[in-house]
Design a protein around this ligand. Structure first.
Ligand code: CU
Length: 122
C-alpha cells in the first residue's frame, strides 16, 4: 500500500512539473483619458495615465476618452495609430508590438499636449 501511495505521489509530482507555467495573459486593456490639468496660465491637456506597461506580442486595447472641451488627437507612430477624439467621446484602438521598447503616445493635433509612453517588456 505504501508503495502504491509513493507511486501516486511520484506521478502527481511529475504531472505537476510537466504542466507549463501560467504565462502572462494574452490581452491587456487600458482606458486612457485626456483631461485639463492645472490652473490659470498653467493649464495643460494631459493624456492619463502617462505610462502603460505591456508585454511584447500581447494584444493591447486602449479605450480613449476625451473629457475636455476640445478635439484631441491620440497617436502611436510605431503602431500606426492616429485618431481624433471629440469632446465627450470615446474611441477604441488595438495594437500588438513584437519587440521590447518604449512607444511614445501623443496628441498629433496639439504639440504642447502632454502624452505618455507604452513600455513594452519581455
Ligand atoms: Cu490635444
Amino acid at each position: 500500500m505504501a508503495v502504491v501511495r509513493a507511486l501516486m505521489v511520484l506521478v502527481l509530482a511529475v504531472a505537476t512539473l510537466a504542466v507549463p507555467p501560467v504565462f502572462a495573459q494574452q490581452a491587456r486593456s487600458f482606458t486612457v483619458v485626456t483631461v485639463l490639468s492645472g490652473q490659470g496660465d498653467n493649464v495643460a491637456n494631459v493624456w492619463l495615465p502617462s505610462a502603460l506597461i505591456v508585454r511584447r506580442g500581447e494584444r493591447v486595447t486602449l479605450t480613449l476618452r476625451n473629457v475636455s472641451p476640445a478635439d484631441h488627437g491620440f497617436a502611436i507612430d510605431e503602431a500606426r495609430i492616429q485618431e481624433i477624439v471629440q469632446p465627450g467621446q470615446t474611441k477604441t484602438v488595438t495594437f500588438s508590438h513584437r519587440t521590447e521598447g518604449v512607444l511614445r503616445y501623443y496628441c498629433h493635433v496639439h504639440p504642447a499636449h502632454i502624452g505618455g509612453q507604452v513600455l513594452v517588456v519581455r
